[in-house]
Ligand binder design. Structure first.
Ligand code: FE2
Length: 496
């Protein structure tokens, strides 16, 4: 029983997914091992945590938890922790009412009358860092700006009034050389719209370009990629329909019989130059590892692909039921050649199934040699830990090598699971830097211990170099972002 009311006794609100909703700060966390000197900065994490029980039954409720922003700060070997709600318009309205006012995930037709006209986003997906600003984002709205030092919410961010799109996705791409931020929003002018906004902000954070185009159909476009010369927009057939929303239905269903597409355009070009390539029918992907152009000018997009949408509630809404191990998941490369007439992608499998991929920031959009992703250990004895939107948590971290070497795993013991890591680069080449990730250990039906593990990114099987113990209950994170101490200091200087 929560002091804020009773949450349903369902997987979305029990076990690791049990709501917590506490804002606090902890200094001097216990550290086992030695924190590398280059791990100096802040690991920001986006945590969905519903403040109130849902007002309607909603299979997708796990996506609607109020956004909290958490910061793990590393300073001279000391580690502190802080977590606060993002004070979205939605959260503030519900706190004032003392109950949930908003209904089903991305369906305003199911809202209470008091919610009409209010911003529905919960800003719970990615803490994006760019040009000294920390933005808490979710793809159904505009991001909220948060003070990186205090975690206080500073308000919605529309690029100083310049942004036209009503939405910005949680997955952006930063060019490592130019410092430009490439991003997009879909359903850019409203529910079930095919309009997509493609935007560029310069290294100072000023919006310098916003162009709109039509996707082949209204689809969940969760992520995208850039190369040094192109912007890539994958479209998978998880689709939205306005009539379904008006009837109180789900935002998304997955259509196995529908084509996927890959849109390709010069990244500084016009959307008039956008060319659509057809992909396999019925496939689904949430996250891409990277994209690049090879020496012959072909364009490659590496993605965590499956033959069906992985979210069980989207499968149910679509009349589908596919076991997690039967989805045909793989790390897939789609290749296109703009000089050829073919308007079809060529697919090759380049790695094992997994998700929540990570690459060194310096590899963004370039030919690259390795990355990391989360996966399930096929040899694990016993069930995985339940939690997160898919219902089961990943238990293995994998370094995937794209030069032909085998994948290198860190498989956690039974009863353990982990969240998406952040990568901290090292200036001592060829050291591959470090990965920081929260590891959850289940100690009882509703009991968990949590620790941050620091791993040598090039030697995962060696296990953690250091473990930082967090003596409170944590909810699963969605995405995170590493910001170095130098970047944070520069941002503080800029604010003065
Ligand atoms: Fe994501």
């Amino acid at each position: 029983m929560s002091p804020r009311g009773s949450f349903p006794d369902t997987p979305e609100f029990t076990g690791l997914n049990a709501p917590i909703g506490e804002e606090y700060e902890l200094d001097g966390l216990g550290v086992e091992g030695r924190i590398p000197a280059e791990v100096a900065g802040t690991f920001f994490r986006a945590i969905p945590d519903p403040a109130f029980p849902p007002r309607v039954e909603d299979g997708a409720a796990v996506l609607s938890g109020d956004g909290m922003v958490s910061a793990l700060r590393f300073d001279g070997g000391e580690v502190s922790f802080a977590i606060r709600y993002v004070q979205t318009e939605r959260h503030r309205a519900e706190v004032a009412a003392g109950r949930a006012l908003f209904g089903k995930y991305r369906n305003p037709f199911t809202d209470a009358p008091e919610a009409v006209g209010l911003d529905r986003t919960v800003a719970n997906t990615t803490p994006v860092w760019h040009a000294g600003r920390l933005l808490l984002s979710k793809e159904d709205g505009r991001p909220y700006r948060v003070d990186p030092h205090t975690l206080a919410t500073l308000g919605r961010w529309d690029f100083a009034g310049r942004l036209r799109s009503a939405t910005v996705t949680a997955h952006v791409r930063t060019d490592p050389q130019s410092g430009e931020l490439f991003f997009f929003g879909y359903e850019a002018d409203g529910l079930a719209s095919t309009k997509v906004a493609y935007c560029i902000a310069d290294r100072q954070g000023d919006l310098v370009r916003e162009q709109w185009f039509d996707a082949p159909y209204c689809a969940m476009m969760h992520d995208f990629c850039i190369t040094q010369n192109y912007a890539l927009f994958p479209v998978y057939p998880t689709t939205c329909d306005l009539a379904r929303l008006e009837a109180g239905g789900d935002h998304w269903v997955h259509e196995l019989a529908r084509d996927s597409f890959l849109g390709v355009m010069p990244r500084y070009g016009s959307t008039d130059e956008l060319r659509w390539f057809r992909g396999p029918k019925g496939v689904s992907c949430y996250h891409m590892l990277n994209a690049f152009e090879d020496a012959e000018g072909r364009i490659h997009l590496d993605q965590c692909l499956a033959n069906v949408n992985a979210f069980p509630f989207i499968q149910r809404a679509s009349g589908l039921s596919v076991a997690p191990g039967e989805t045909g998941a793989r790390l897939a490369r789609w290749t296109v050649d703009l000089r050829e007439r073919s308007a079809v992608v060529a697919e090759t499998t380049i790695g094992p199934p997994g998700d929540l991929p990570m690459i060194p920031a310096a590899s963004q959009g370039r030919p690259y040699t390795h990355g990391w992703l989360l996966t399930m250990n096929p040899a694990m004895q016993g069930p995985p830990v339940a939690g997160g939107p898919v219902g089961v948590m990943f238990n293995t971290l994998l370094r995937v090598d794209l030069t032909g070497k085998p994948p290198q795993p860190l498989a956690l013991p039974p009863g353990h699971c982990l969240s998406e890591p952040v990568h901290v680069p090292s200036s001592h080449s060829p050291h591959e830097g470090w990965l920081l990730t929260i590891v959850d250990r289940q100690t009882g039906p509703a009991d968990f211990n949590h620790a941050l593990w620091i791993l040598d990114a090039g030697n995962l099987p060696a296990g953690p170099i250091a473990r930082v113990h967090i003596p409170r209950r944590l909810r699963p994170q969605v995405h995170g972002w590493w910001v170095s101490a130098a970047e944070l200091a520069a941002a503080r200087h800029r604010e003065k």
